[in-house]
Design a protein around this ligand. Structure first.
Ligand code: ZN
Length: 424
C-alpha cells in the first residue's frame, strides 16, 4: 500500500500542511506518553483544576502548533475532500510516521475498520440532530488505540441547523483526544455556519488539473493513457466521475445523450422532449445507484427482525418491525431524491461544459475544450451563436442549476432551460 496521501490528486500544498499537522499531533502524543499523566485523563476533575489555573497540560493539543481539533476541507465536487479527510485521519493513526500506508493504523483507517475513526456519510438530504448527538457522545470516549478519536463528516453542508449546533458545542469544548474533520464545498455561510467556521482550520483543495487526474487513473486503476486523458478532460477535474467515464459504458452513454441535447433542440416540442429525456435519464441513473443498496438493507433488517417467524411472540415482534421498516423506507426515499438531484446536476455540468466550449471558441480563447468529442459541434455553435449567444446559453444552464438548488421543481427548471437554449 502506498503512502496514504497518494490518491489526493494535484493537492501538494494541502498535503504538506496535513503532514506537518500529523507530525505535530504525534509530538503531542509523545509528550503525553513521556509524562506520567497523558491527555487521556484531561476530562477528570484534577486536570480541570490544572487548566483553570492556567497550567499547560503535557500531551494536550495547543492550537498554536501545527495541530488543532477541528478542520474543514473545502473544494469543488470531486476535488477529493473526503479522500483528504480520510488520508489525514490515517496519518493521525499512523504508528510509524505521518501516513506511511504500511502500519496497522494506516491500514485500518484506509480500509474503514479503525475503531477510532468514524466516517459520517449522510444518506438523505441532511444530517439530523439525533445522529449528530449520538456521534458527539461517542466521539468523546477514550480512543481505544491510544491515539485520536477522529470523526469525519462528509457533506457537512448538509447538517440541519440543530445538528450544526450540537456539533458546534463539541467543537467549542473539544474532548482532549478528539479531532473533527468536516468536508464542505466552501466556507460560504450557506455551506457552513460562521460560528463553526471560526473554530476550524480550513484546508482549501483546488480543482485538480486534467493531467494529474489522468495520471492517477493510469497508475492506480490501470486505465489506458488515451482513455484516461479523455475521461479526465470530460469530467472537468472530478476524479470519481473521470474513473466512472473511463470504466462504465453506461455512464459514457448517458453523457453522450446529454451532449446530444444541443442538436436536438429544433422546436418547442423538441425542447419539452429533451427536458423529459434529461429528467428520466437522471432518474434511471439514480435508480441504478441506490436500488442494490436498498434491497440489501431491507433484507438485512428483515433478517435481524426475524421476518417470517411463526413462534410465540412473532406477531408482537412484527408490529415493532413495521415501524423500523417504515423508518428505513423513509431514509431510502430521501437518499433516492438526493441521488436524483446529484445525477441531474452532473448532466447539467456536462451541458454547461458544451456551451463553455462554444463560448471559448467564439472568443478564440487559447484553452482546451472540455468535451473533445463534441468540439466540432461546439465550433459550429460558436459560428452560429457568436460569443453573446453562447454565453446566454451557458447562463441558462447555470440558472437551471441554481433554480434546482433553490428547490424549484426539477422538471419545471429543466423545461425553462431547454426553451431558453432553443430560443437562444
Ligand atoms: Zn502508518
Amino acid at each position: 500500500m502506498p503512502d496514504v496521501f497518494a490518491d489526493l490528486v494535484g493537492q501538494d500544498e494541502a498535503v504538506a500542511e496535513l503532514r506537518r499537522a500529523a507530525g505535530a499531533a504525534a509530538a503531542v502524543l509523545r509528550a503525553g506518553a513521556a509524562d506520567r499523566a497523558p491527555a487521556l485523563v484531561a476530562a477528570g476533575p484534577a486536570s480541570e483544576a490544572a487548566s483553570e489555573a492556567g497550567d499547560t497540560e503535557p500531551g494536550v493539543l495547543d492550537p498554536s502548533t501545527g495541530m488543532t481539533h477541528a478542520w474543514i476541507f473545502t473544494g469543488p465536487p470531486g476535488s477529493g475532500r473526503s479522500v483528504a479527510a480520510r488520508a489525514f485521519a490515517a496519518a493521525l493513526q499512523c504508528t510509524y510516521g505521518t501516513g506511511c500506508g504500511e502500519c496497522p493504523g494506516c491500514h485500518t483507517t484506509m480500509g474503514g475498520t479503525n475503531a477510532d475513526v468514524r466516517m459520517v456519510v449522510p444518506e438523505g438530504l441532511s444530517i439530523g440532530v439525533g445522529e449528530m448527538r449520538a456521534l458527539v457522545l461517542r466521539a468523546a470516549s477514550t480512543p481505544s488505540g491510544g491515539r485520536w478519536q477522529v470523526v469525519v463528516i462528509e457533506d457537512a453542508d448538509r447538517l440541519t441547523e440543530a445538528a450544526g449546533n450540537a456539533l458546534l458545542k463539541a467543537i467549542e469544548e473539544p474532548p482532549p483526544r478528539t479531532v473533527f474533520l468536516l468536508c464542505a464545498p466552501s466556507t460560504h455561510p450557506d455551506d457552513i455556519s460562521v460560528t463553526i467556521r471560526s473554530r476550524c482550520r480550513v484546508v482549501p483543495l483546488r480543482q485538480p488539473p486534467a493531467a494529474a487526474v489522468a495520471e492517477v487513473l493510469v497508475r492506480r486503476d490501470g486505465i489506458a493513457p488515451d482513455v484516461a486523458q479523455w475521461a479526465a478532460a470530460a469530467a472537468q477535474g472530478h476524479v470519481g466521475r473521470a474513473r466512472r467515464l473511463a470504466r462504465d459504458p453506461e455512464a459514457r452513454k448517458r453523457r453522450e445523450a446529454v451532449l446530444a441535447v444541443p442538436r436536438r433542440l429544433t422546436g418547442v416540442g423538441a425542447a419539452f422532449d429533451a427536458a423529459s429525456a434529461l429528467i428520466e435519464a437522471a432518474e434511471a441513473e439514480a435508480e441504478a445507484s441506490v436500488s442494490e443498496a436498498d434491497a440489501t438493507e431491507r433484507a438485512a433488517l428483515e433478517t435481524a427482525l426475524g421476518a417470517g417467524g411463526t413462534g410465540r411472540g412473532a406477531a408482537g415482534a412484527m408490529r415493532g418491525a413495521a415501524g423500523q421498516l417504515k423508518e428505513l423506507e423513509k431514509r431510502q426515499k430521501s437518499r433516492a431524491t438526493r441521488a436524483q438531484r446529484d445525477a441531474l446536476d452532473r448532466a447539467l455540468v456536462d451541458l454547461a461544459g458544451f456551451y463553455r466550449d462554444a463560448l471559448t471558441m467564439a472568443l478564440r480563447a487559447p484553452v482546451d475544450p472540455v468535451h473533445t468529442d463534441t468540439a466540432a459541434l461546439a465550433g459550429a455553435g460558436a459560428q452560429k451563436w457568436d460569443a453573446e449567444g453562447s454565453l446566454r446559453r451557458l447562463e441558462a444552464v447555470l440558472a437551471c442549476r441554481a433554480a434546482i438548488e433553490a428547490n424549484v421543481k426539477p422538471r419545471i427548471a429543466v423545461e425553462a432551460m431547454m426553451l431558453a437554449l432553443w430560443k437562444g
